[in-house]
Design a protein around this ligand. Structure first.
Ligand code: TA6
Length: 302
């Protein structure tokens, strides 16, 4: 059975023979939908998310590069908007590769990899001025029957070294934030961005629960290969395994959601949790011609 891939001027989508699907905007290479074989949406997308390239998408999986948040004291990226330019630039669709099993019985182990590219030549003048470095990104989205993998290759195409941060800002859809817990962050040190002043502390032994506005940058003690698991009501919903990305950001705006114009419904904070894989503590340095790769493998259920 065929994997169905469609590519329009603004979007690329793919559907596996077994029903799983993914939809990606060329704007920001933002994944705006990921459904399981039964058609259940796995990502949260605001009902007021702008999908017309007028601003970063509120939901799905926006990409953060070359800076996480804002870095006023980091001269090289201090002029960039929050989370950098990757999520608000128009990427190119570089193509697809599929692996379809011959066994037509159970739909086989079919999967599809969709590649997207962004480089200096794609950037608007303001971004080039704010961050005048030669770079190339290749972002790959792989949809399989077990889950979704997103990986990014960062290349220094310039002739001088520069440094960056990158993160995949995943908005997971859940039914009730009060029933959610995140494991795999135990004994990890984290920066709490909600407390004033920002504090660094160590998470307790048990799983993390969300009982209010939460904005934390964890460096899980187990390292990138140790799974971070989002459970709800005792059921594993998502497991995230990282490669080469040491940090995990956990964010929920809680009632502050009502002050975000593109966050709807305002109560929607009860149906989402951001658990974001990234390399955001300190800076990754690339010499001219060097590359860096990081990825997350998200599997659903247990
Ligand atoms: O998820 C971590 C975070 O940096 C939060 O501090 C919050 O700002 C969130 O990203 C959303 O940022 P955005 O620029 O998309 O509104």
């Amino acid at each position: 059975a065929q994997i169905n891939i469609s590519h329009s001027n603004s979007r690329v989508s793919a559907v596996l023979p077994t029903g799983e699907s993914v939809e990606i905007l060329l704007y920001g290479a933002t994944i705006i939908s990921w459904k399981d074989a039964q058609g259940n949406e796995k990502l949260w997308l605001s009902e007021k998310a702008k999908l017309d390239a007028s601003k970063a998408v509120r939901g799905g999986i926006p990409l953060v590069f070359p800076v996480f948040g804002t870095a006023p004291d980091h001269e090289a990226t201090s002029k960039l908007p929050q989370h950098g330019f990757a999520r608000t630039s128009r990427w190119e669709f570089l193509g697809k590769s599929t692996s379809e099993s011959s066994s037509s019985t159970d739909g086989g182990d079919s999967s599809v990899k969709l590649d997207f590219g962004l480089s200096t030549s794609n950037l608007d003048e303001a971004s080039k001025k704010a961050w005048p470095h030669g770079f190339g990104l290749i972002y790959s989205v792989t949809l399989g029957r077990e889950g979704l993998t997103t990986s990014i290759v960062v290349r220094n195409e310039g002739d001088t070294a520069w440094e960056f941060q990158t993160l995949m800002h995943t908005y997971f859809r859940i039914n009730d934030i009060a029933a959610v817990s995140v494991s795999g962050l135990e004994q990890s040190s984290y920066i709490d961005k909600v407390t004033v002043p920002i504090s660094t502390t160590t998470s307790p032994a048990g799983p993390v629960t969300i009982t209010g506005k939460t904005d934390r940058v964890y460096t899980p003690a187990g390292g990138p290969g140790a799974p971070v698991v989002i459970s709800e009501g005792g059921q594993n919903k998502f497991s995230i395994i990282r490669d080469n990305m040491n940090e995990v950001v956990v964010w929920n705006p809680w009632v502050d959601a009502k002050s975000m114009a593109d966050f709807a419904p305002a109560e929607g904070y009860k149906n989402m949790i951001c658990v974001e894989a990234g390399a955001v503590k300190g800076w990754q340095k690339l010499e001219a011609g060097e590359t860096w790769e990081g990825s997350q493998v998200i599997t659903t259920g247990n």
